[in-house]
Design a binder for this molecule. Structure first.
Ligand code: IVH
Length: 692
């Protein structure tokens, strides 16, 4: 998101005693917050450019004021994407070599300055080669090969420690899991080494994923990078596999690596079977470097993955060693970032759309403008806060950007072109569709229409969602027909679908015997749809396709799910507080209860019947907490085994816990609590014995 939430918070309004000190503090706070939202939530609150500008400003101010040095400052270490909840999450491992970031610039002049600086710091007669590469816009990954087998795959984390996401990485076909000792050409591959690169979600996959999220009314990913990082942090490798990630490798490390130059390493890595970009070029002059930059600034738009710049690296390792590192980045490398493409256009009108969950989204309708190869006519304004932070007024001229993002964004208003007396854009107080006063929950940015039962776009949206392919798959019940049937009072909710009569359809304009029976057959067929999809179809807020599957697998029937406490809901992978609250609120409503009753009577599947059902009830309802790391199966597999043998997974140790299935390095807090409460601790082998 290109929204800079902080640009109005400054010290300009009053003159503080020490303005530089205050500015430094403000910048440190803003950058820390931006880092957290970017790395932890995969939902950025600042554009990369704003972030980099603020970081540069902070670096300059800190240079001026060494007395204000702080090792905690964002200038001293890169942001951290380490997972916060290690119970639900990944094993965290220390990097063998710290994972640093790169100094970056948006200015060609600074690239020239860097080039001259490195040349001047190296012995005069030495030839200097620069390897120019594309800067891939995904997330960095460090792959460890031990005995030529992929042993760990660490995210950057805080630069010192990363999350081991190996199970997810194994789903990427372009990453070899086992390498041969010798290649057909006789070349040997070292036994142990590390290789780093970038995990990416191709544009095509990104668009598919966002389209799916749009249909499910789930928040969209701002760009492929956020989508890739959100994906790699998922707990279920099967979902990761479906998302078709890819990976380009660009940095080989390790004592056994027998090369003296970076380009030799990359060439070798490509021969060993890694995906290495073909665009890499070894340059011997500044002109060649600039040529590479200018060529790829245009050509990169034809690549299947996102790139946001160029990386320049000194080729020779001896020269790299001479130049060394700063606290955060190597002096032997620099990144040049391409400027985001932007255009100025005029706002024609702001419209307010009401979605199936009642959320009101403001949309900017713009004078059409050409941007990165497409015509942009509309841009989302997100919510009321966004409009306010832009201080958007009627007929304003606005800057639209596409940068790394596929969805156009309004990044700024051109104040110089504002008409005098232009009125601010007002967010409506009542629903534009049904006139009900809008509401806003505390802690949520969105306004919504609470008139769930009779606000037309909500009624129709819910029915359309229910009938979509991934839900009940009722062909013939798309947007148009839903609108028709609702407007003719044939249906007004999802349960009514199952009482539609042929006579009612035949009475509609243009409907014949065939079209009517086709629809009724599709409705009849939908009764066979498995429980997980029914759960997705009923449209509980925040319960997308994946969450519905997990809930269905875990609770196995609607009856059990409805009775689950918040804690029991949150024990399910990927279910956090927001989703748990939403599920409880849904089942707490009488209207929903009566709909569900009718759907059950109609014959929909309200329980899981197929595979994964309890094979044998050996665990007899035991409440099991999993802790530590395991060698025979993954945590996910153990969770499935527990359910398969009639146990229940719970997340925290309490007096009700039957036993803890403990792997290596069980968390000390859990151990302490288990001891205090006298909860049994069972080893991995004993557990397998128990269910065998
Ligand atoms: S080299 C010590 N090469 O950019 C140098 N990084 O802003 C290590 N990146 O964390 C990095 N493409 O995730 C390198 N061709 C490339 C890259 C690249 C993308 C990322 C990488 C790094 C970030 C720094």
């Amino acid at each position: 998101m290109q929204l800079d939430l902080f640009s109005n918070i400054g010290f300009e309004e009053q003159t503080p005693a020490d303005p530089v000190k205050e500015r430094i503090q403000t910048l440190r706070e803003q950058l820390k917050e931006a880092n957290d939202r970017y790395y932890i939530d995969s939902q950025p609150i600042m554009s990369d450019k704003d972030f980099d500008d603020k970081m540069h400003e902070l670096e300059k101010l800190e240079q001026q004021r060494p007395d204000l040095f702080s090792s905690d400052s964002p200038t001293q270490h890169p942001g951290s994407d380490l997972s916060q909840n290690t119970e639900k999450g990944f094993k965290q491992i220390y990097h063998r070599y710290p994972m640093l970031s790169l100094a970056n610039t948006y200015s060609e002049q600074e690239i020239k300055d860097w080039y001259r600086r490195v040349i001047s710091q190296l012995p005069q007669q030495e030839k200097v080669e620069i390897v120019a590469e594309l800067k891939f816009d995904g997330l960095s990954i460090s792959l460890w090969y031990e005995n030529r087998r992929l042993a760990h795959a660490l995210t950057r984390g805080d630069g010192t420690r990363g999350d081991d996401v190996i199970e997810n990485i194994k789903t990427i076909p372009s990453i070899p899991q086992q390498l041969p000792a010798v290649l057909p050409n006789g070349e040997q591959i070292p036994e142990n080494f590390e290789i780093r690169g970038e995990v990416l979600l191709p544009w095509q996959e990104f668009e598919r994923l966002n389209q799916e999220r749009l249909e499910n009314e789930e928040p969209l990913f701002a760009n492929p990078r956020n989508a890739a990082s959100g994906t790699l942090k998922l707990q279920d490798p099967n979902i990761v596999r479906q998302r078709k990630l890819t990976c380009y490798l660009y940095y080989l490390l390790g004592d056994e690596v027998p090369f003296g130059k970076h380009d030799e390493c990359l060439r070798a890595a490509a021969l060993w079977g890694f995906q290495v970009a073909k665009s890499i070029k070894t340059c011997t002059s500044l002109e060649q470097v600039m040529e590479f930059i200018n060529y790829w600034d245009v050509e990169r738009k034809n690549l299947p993955v996102a790139t946001d710049g160029i990386v320049l690296k000194i080729n020779d390792f001896a020269q790299q060693r001479q130049l060394g590192f700063t606290a955060k980045s190597p002096r032997w490398a620099i990144a040049y970032k391409f400027p985001a493409e932007k255009q100025l256009t005029q706002l024609e009108q702001v419209t307010f759309q009401v979605g199936r969950t009642g959320i009101v989204t403001p949309v900017a309708n713009l004078k059409p403008v050409q941007l990165s190869g497409t015509i942009v006519k509309r841009a989302t304004l997100h919510n009321a806060d966004f409009i306010q932070s832009l201080d958007l007024r009627e007929n304003d001229f606005v800057w639209v950007e596409k940068g790394g993002e596929i969805i156009p964004k309004i990044t700024a208003v051109e104040l110089a072109k504002r008409q005098p007396m232009a009125l601010p854009i007002q967010f409506p107080q009542v629903c534009p569709e049904c006139g009900t006063p809008l509401r806003r929950n505390t802690d949520e940015a969105a306004y919504f229409c609470p008139n769930e039962m009779s606000c037309p776009p909500q009624i129709e949206g819910r029915i359309e969602h229910f009938a979509t392919r991934k839900a009940m798959n009722i062909e013939g019940l798309g947007e148009q027909n839903v609108h028709l049937l609702v407007s003719k009072n044939i249906i007004s909710n999802i349960a009514d679908i199952y009482s539609i009569e042929k006579q009612q359809l035949l009475a509609l304009d243009g409907w014949q015997e065939l079209s009517a029976s086709n629809l009724l057959n599709a409705i009849e067929e939908s009764k066979k749809v498995p429980f997980a999809r029914v759960l997705f179809a009923i449209g509980i807020r925040f319960v997308g396709e994946t969450t519905a599957k997990k809930l269905a697998n875990h609770f196995r029937s609607l009856e059990v799910l409805q009775k689950a406490s918040k804690e029991e809901l949150m024990a399910v992978e990927d279910v956090g507080e927001q989703i748990a609250d939403s599920i409880i609120a849904y089942f707490g409503k009488e209207e929903n209860q009566s709909l569900l009753k009718r759907l059950e009577v109609a014959g929909l599947k309200f329980a899981t019947t197929e595979t994964n059902a309890v094979t044998e009830n050996k665990l007899n309802g035991a409440k099991v907490v999993i802790s530590g790391t395991f060698s025979h199966h993954s945590r996910d597999e153990y969770k499935e085994l527990i359910e398969q043998y009639g146990g229940v997974n719970v997340s925290s140790v309490s007096a009700k816990t039957t036993f803890i299935l403990a792997g290596e390095n069980m968390g000390p807090q859990k151990l302490e609590k288990a001891r205090k409460l006298g909860v049994k601790i069972i080893s991995e082998d004993d557990f397998l014995q128990m269910i065998s």
